[in-house]
Design a protein. Structure first.
Length: 186
């Protein structure tokens, strides 16, 4: 059970919440995505979040395989099953190997066949674990994705860490029929 009320399409909303929800519903197929069901308690935050999330998801310069991979790396970094369950199937559908997803579930370093996936994993996990990125990992990501790509990668990873933090802090229940898959670190 969530620590705060989960806002749904049928919740009683303030005028500010209604304005933000109407904008989301028109662009998200008539549904409120999970993290916004919590952040809408502060509609101004949701109003700022939503366009950033759309830009990072829908206008990404990364192919879907890599953007979805970055999202599940953020989910793994934060032990957030909600984000992982939402994006792992899309990553696989976009061409990410199931063995990589399985390794992330076990909290193990995947074996990579593609240099771009390995560069993203190393960059993001170093940033998460060490609060820094080594010169080598940064240079490899910059070589593969360019300077704008490294900036976008950092923003995408950070955005999904923020989403995961929101879901975890307020204990958002998992999606219907979803299971806890991520092994927790001690």
């Amino acid at each position: 059970m969530s620590r705060i009320p989960v806002i749904t399409e049928s919740s009683e909303l303030t005028s500010a919440q209604r304005r933000v929800v109407d904008g989301i519903l028109g662009r998200r197929g008539g549904r409120i995505p999970g993290p916004y069901r919590l952040s809408l308690h502060c509609p101004e935050v949701t109003e700022a979040w939503h366009p950033l999330g759309e830009a990072l998801r829908l206008k990404s310069t990364f192919p879907l395989r890599l953007s979805e991979f970055t999202m599940i790396v953020a989910a793994r970094a934060m032990d957030c099953d909600y984000v992982f369950n939402a994006h792992a199937p899309a990553a696989i559908k976009a061409g990410l190997s199931e063995s990589i997803v399985d390794a992330l579930v076990r909290d193990e370093r995947p074996r990579f066949a593609n240099a771009d996936e390995e560069a993203i994993y190393d960059y993001c996990m170093q940033l998460h674990r060490h609060h820094a990125v080594s010169d080598a990992a940064h240079a490899r990501a910059r070589e593969l994705f360019g300077i704008p790509g490294v900036v976008e990668l950092t923003a995408l990873f950070g955005y999904y860490v923020m989403v995961a933090m929101t879901l975890l802090a307020h204990e958002m229940p998992l999606q219907q029929d979803a299971k806890y898959r991520l092994l927790r670190r001690a």
